[in-house]
Structure formats: C-alpha cells, structure tokens
Design a protein around this ligand. Structure first.
Ligand code: SAM
Length: 250
C-alpha cells in the first residue's frame, strides 16, 4: 500500500517549507488539502502540479474511505492544512488513525507549527507546556475551560482568532488571576511579527491601543502557576509562632 505523508506547510512566510516537503508534494499521487484554493498559491509558488482533493473537518469522515482506497491501490497521499502542521488544531486525526488501524504507513514531514514557534520566541518557560488550542467561542464554556487550568504549572498554549482575542485575555485574567504573566505572539513569520509580554491588563491595554494590534493571528501563552503561587506563602514569624503554639499543646 501507499504511504500517507503528513506535511507541514508555512504559517505565513512562504519560504518556511522544507526541501523534503517540496519533494514529497511533487512526488505523491494526491495532495489532500484543507482548502484547495488556499493551498494552490503555495503549490504554484514551488511549481508543484500534483492533483488535489479537499479534505476538511466537515467531510473528513466521508473522505477517509476514498483515501484509504487510494492508499490500498498503492498510490501515495500527502495531507496538508491551510497552515503549519496538520492535526494540530487542524483536520486529519481520523484519517491518520484509519490508516494506522489498517496497518498502513504514516510518515511525518515536520516543519512550522505556530504553537512551537511562539514558545520558542516568547521567553516564557518551555520545559513543560500544555497545548490547549482554541477555547470555546462562548463565554461561559470558555471560562469553564479556563477553570481547569487554575492550578496548572505548565505554560498554557492557546490559539485565538482576532475576533475573540480581547475576550480571551479578559477571561484568562478573570479566571487565572491578575498576576499571571501572559504573552501575545502575533503574526509569526510575517512582516509584523510581534511578541508582547505582560499581565492580562497590560495586554488588553495594548490590544485596545490600535485596531492594528487586534488584527492578524495570535498564539496566547500563559505562564503556569509558580510554586509561590500554589501554596499561599506564610510569613516566617507566623510559622515560628504556630510551631511554638503546637509544641506547647498537651
Ligand atoms: N496547524 C496550525 C499549526 O501548526 O500551528 C494551526 C492551525 S489553526 C486552525 C490556526 C491558528 O493557529 C490561528 O488562529 C492562530 O491562533 C495560529 N496561527 C497560525 N499561524 C499563525 C501565525 N503566523 N502567527 C500566530 N499565530 C498563528
């Protein structure tokens, strides 16, 4: 059977694609793309003439059988999404699982991913992070999701649309606390790539400063709970008094 290649494509700058990705996209029989019109631009830029097929969230289930048949006939497929690494807040999971379940080969052609790029430039801790992706568009559900992370020590990694970026920051501040350091990482690899770090309040002020600040694509990073934040710190003199009181108890 043919192989399924999961190919990362640029997240803004067309040059961010590997030599191997271009080779694979040229050589496979079919490119399964999230939005064929969108991907055409990239493929044309690199002179890739491979046939495309649309596979998005809404038709993924239907397309899986067709794509499995293609692989069973010995043809190969490359899966790409509109930007970055497929399956990362993008369709493809069910297809990959389907191919694996029937013993087929799935090959990674790694490259850009907005979450990883954001972590690499923001200056927040990266030793442990939790990828959250998109929060709910509804306020109540969004706050409930954030509540799950009140005690999380890992850096949270969120994706957000310009439409909801202000609400997202405001809710994160409300639920997780005013002192959390957050980073807005915007337009990565594009002309106006920007990183802003601060409290929720400071980031909201910056977003409100100009319409331009709210446009574009965002990754939001939120620093996890630090040790000092987990256990309310007790003044040493109070601690000593408590110990003394404890010792004098019968
Ligand atoms: N699969 C992609 C990846 O590997 O990062 C993510 C796809 S998801 C549908 C799109 C979201 O990723 C955007 O709403 C934004 O939050 C984030 N994103 C994508 N490109 C970005 C960029 N150049 N700068 C900042 N965030 C970006």
């Amino acid at each position: 059977t043919g192989s399924l290649y999961i190919v990362a494509t640029p997240i803004g700058n067309l040059k961010d694609i590997t030599y191997r990705a271009v080779d694979v996209l040229k050589q496979v029989d079919i490119i399964a793309a999230e939005d064929t019109r969108h991907s055409r631009k990239l493929l044309d830029h690199y002179g890739i003439a491979t046939k495309m097929m649309a596979v998005h969230d809404h038709n993924e289930a239907d397309k899986i059988t067709a794509l499995l048949d293609v692989l069973n006939q010995g043809q190969s497929i490359a899966l790409i999404s509109d930007a970055g690494t497929p399956l990362i807040s993008d369709p493809g999971y069910r297809l990959v699982r389907g191919v694996r379940e029937q013993g087929g080969s799935v090959v990674a052609i790694p490259g850009p991913c907005a979450a990883i790029a954001a972590l690499s430039i923001a200056g927040l801790p990266t030793d442990r992070f939790l990828f959250v992706g998109f929060l709910s568009a509804k306020q109540q559900a969004r706050r409930a999701q954030l509540e799950q992370f009140v005690n999380e020590r890992a850096t949270l990694v969120l994706y957000e649309s310009p439409k909801r970026i202000l609400d997202c920051i405001a809710d994160a501040e409300l639920v997780l606390g005013e002192d959390r350091t957050m980073a807005l990482v915007k337009e990565i690899t594009k002309t106006f790539e920007t990183v802003r770090t601060g409290t929720g309040r400071q980031l909201r002020d910056w977003l409100l400063e100009s319409d331009a600040h709210r446009k574009g694509e965002f990754v939001v990073l939120i620093e996890g709970v630090q040790d000092a934040g987990r256990v309310p710190s007790i003044d040493p003199s109070v601690l000593r008094a408590l110990n003394l009181a404890h010792q004098s108890m019968p």
